[in-house]
Design a protein. Sequence first.
Length: 64
Amino acid sequence: MPVIIRCRRCSFELYKGNEPVFPEDIVKRYGFKCPRCLSQLSPNPTKLTVRPATRRRKFLLRLK
């Protein structure tokens, strides 16, 4: 089951893979800042969107 974690502000893909991960681990990897827009990232998901896995739509988790 594909998982994508994106920045809430600029939609930069922080993580994309088939293994579920803790958002806190991903945010720590980037120093709690988005590498593209430098917005502050929170380890707590603010919006969780679950969609059927198709070519264009995958599971999406956005962080603040």
